[in-house]
Design a binder for this molecule. Structure first.
Ligand code: ATP
Length: 428
């Protein structure tokens, strides 16, 4: 179990290195203070995977350094019922002049392993790292991927209670990354906790039990990975908004509304200015019946009734389908489709009708709706008027007449089996 209570950390920033010396000698203030973490508290239980997300400079690395004992907090307390290891600051504790073998001993000691433990694990560490004869060469001859292999092998064999998985893992090649991920899954299955720090939001949604969003050193959200990642995306979306009215970010729903959403008025979308309202969102099958269930491979019609409260000169409409984990399986908008929807005047209502054949594997899906004005680039909007996930639920059932397949979509493959022709022997 890991418990962080009210962790805060500030750094002193000096304009020039000489300012530190001046401050010491002249006893005057030559620094400004930067608060990297402010009153951060959380707990990770055994076997839990906690995702930590946030934009560059949000405070993720500082938090990890405090948890792993590399940095001391100014205030607050960390309690860990064992060892926490990971790839943090790749190469920390390695001596580049020593061989891989010598570094195993030195690094494992730094992690607090006893001589007996090091001796017992040495062979397994060497075997896991797969460095061949390089294990007897100095680390300065290693590539960064090779250093990562050694660091991971030591860290995972140090009997941690919590393992930190961060972007440093991506230094490894695809083969070794997969090997590491398998080992991490094993560690987790055996009750180990994982702190997952990544900018890969799909991985956060897939791997984590819970996520924590850091912004300017503060925890601004914590909850299901899907909801927290939505909040994170909403922050980015709202930054691209340049409309007259400010865009508001609302808390995304934790639970998808499973009631038929024939008449929903979404007053507070995930992101929106309040200038556009979604009055109704309806799902229809081929027989024109309002539905929440559909058989895979059948046509679906989604009708979004949208009202604008102000004039829109270049409105565009977006639609998305997400799976149970909140991963986008399909999304597009009228701008990306090369459409030019007509301008709208204040008070006007439009019906945006989307039609698909749903070639999705059976499961629970949800619908995302967006409305923007004034598109630019490859599909961004100067004004984000309405954007919300999980507005209604769609349950896709297996189509027993379709082929059996695994994955996300039925790609409707065709297959040809060729028998190699017999070689033609040259005439003699
Ligand atoms: N040693 C330091 N001295 C001064 N400021 C620091 C120091 N370490 C971090 N900071 C500052 O603290 C803030 C948080 O940095 P941190 O590295 O924790 O962010 P991060 O969320 O890990 O970012 P990234 O996603 O880019 O890795 C940043 O503004 C950074 O400039």
């Amino acid at each position: 179990m890991i418990r962080a209570d009210h962790i805060s950390k500030t750094f002193r920033l000096y304009r020039k290195p000489s300012d530190r010396l001046k401050e010491l000698i002249l006893r005057r203030n030559y620094h400004s203070v930067h608060c990297a973490l402010h009153d951060v508290s959380f707990q990770i239980t055994d076997g839990q995977t906690l995702g930590i997300i946030g934009q560059n400079g949000a405070g993720k690395s500082t938090l990890l350094k405090i948890l792993t004992g590399v940095l001391l907090p100014d205030t607050g307390d960390v309690q860990i019922s064992g060892r926490i290891t990971g790839l943090l600051e790749l190469g920390t504790g390695f001596n580049m002049d020593l061989t891989g073998l010598d570094n195993i001993r030195a690094n494992a000691m730094l992690l607090g392993m006893t001589q007996e433990q090091i001796q017992a694990r040495r062979t397994a560490i060497i075997a896991f790292a797969e460095l061949g004869s390089f294990i007897e060469e100095p680390l300065k001859t290693y590539s960064s991927g090779m250093v990562m292999r050694l660091a991971f092998a030591i860290a995972i064999h140090a009997d941690p209670v919590c393992f930190v998985v961060d972007e440093a893992l991506s230094v490894g090649d695809a083969y070794f990354q997969q090997k590491c991920m398998r080992r991490i899954q094993e560690f987790r299955a055996n009750g180990g906790s994982i702190l997952f720090v990544s900018h890969d939001m799909n991985a956060v949604k897939t791997l984590c039990d819970e996520a924590l969003l850091l912004e300017n050193g503060c925890v601004i959200d914590r909850g299901s990975p899907k909801a927290v990642v939505d909040h994170y995306h909403a922050m980015f979306l709202s930054r691209s908004h340049h409309g007259d009215l400010p865009v508001a970010i609302n808390k995304p729903p934790e639970v998808i509304d499973t009631q038929p959403a024939q008449s929903i008025v979404v007053e507070s979308p995930l992101v929106g200015t309040g200038e556009v309202r979604l009055l109704k969102l309806e799902l229809y099958n081929a027989a024109d019946q309002l539905i929440q269930h559909l058989t895979s491979e059948e046509p679906l019609r989604i009708v979004a009734h949208i009202q604008t409260l102000r004039d829109l000169d270049q409105p565009h409409y977006g639609i998305g389908i997400r799976n149970r984990l909140g991963q986008s399986v399909f999304e597009t908008n009228t701008y990306c489709m090369g459409q030019h929807p007509p301008a709208l005047v204040a008070g006007e209502t439009v019906q945006v009708i989307w039609q698909f054949t749903v070639n999705l594997i059976a499961g629970d899906y949800s619908i995302t709706v967006g409305v923007g004005n004034r598109p630019y680039g490859t599909g961004s909007f100067s004004e984000i008027l309405f954007f919300s996930h999980d507005l209604t639920m769609l349950k896709i059932e297996t189509n027993t007449t379709a082929i059996r397949y695994d994955g996300y979509f039925n790609m409707h493959p065709s297959v040809t089996i060729c028998t190699p022709e017999l070689p033609i022997l040259p005439n003699e």
